[in-house]
Design a protein around this ligand. Structure first.
Ligand code: DQA
Length: 156
């Protein structure tokens, strides 16, 4: 008879992307780079696999839908990586949903929002984030996956 494995599988990392990130690759490439969102998804899945982890990768242009995904993460995810895009600068609802989570949350921005227009210098999401990665382009997502893997390993 096959031995039952005692290893419990870690829940996936939810990687959530806000409005207009579906246009990565063609949208202001001088600011956001030329890597597309499907390419970032694949890079993240590969990186997570190297750490023995899996991902659920989503993009939405709708604030309420992002709130729904964050609420789903309460029971469905081990951790969250979120690029809230423009909603980071405006959305208390997304911050509230993040603050209702009891898991690590890493905020990602492709660009360094502090080097940009004043209205981009503040992020509501940062108040609820465990950590922040910004200004590293698509690579920033991979560093966020590394950070989550390290945090989950330590808290196991
Ligand atoms: C962004 C920065 C935001 O200011 C902007 O609205 C985005 C992308 C980034 O990844 O650099 O859509 O979150």
């Amino acid at each position: 008879m096959a031995k039952k494995s005692k290893q419990t599988k870690t829940l996936p990392i939810y990687i959530l992307n806000g409005p207009n990130l579906n246009l990565l690759g063609v949208r202001e490439p001088e600011v956001y780079g030329t890597t597309t969102l499907p390419q970032i998804e694949k890079m993240c899945a590969d990186q997570a696999r190297r750490h023995g982890l899996s991902i659920v990768f989503r993009q939405s242009n709708r604030e309420g839908e992002i709130v729904d995904h964050l609420q789903e993460a309460r029971t469905g995810a081990s951790s969250v990586i979120i690029n809230p895009a423009g909603y980071g600068h405006t959305s208390i609802a997304i911050l509230d949903a993040i603050q209702a989570l009891a898991i690590p949350v890493i905020e990602v921005h492709l660009s360094n929002i502090h080097r940009r227009e004043p209205y981009r210098n503040h992020s509501y999401v940062s108040k609820g984030a465990t950590g922040i990665v910004m200004g590293l382009g698509a690579q920033g997502y991979l560093r966020a996956v590394d950070a989550v893997a390290e945090i989950l390993k330590v808290s196991k």
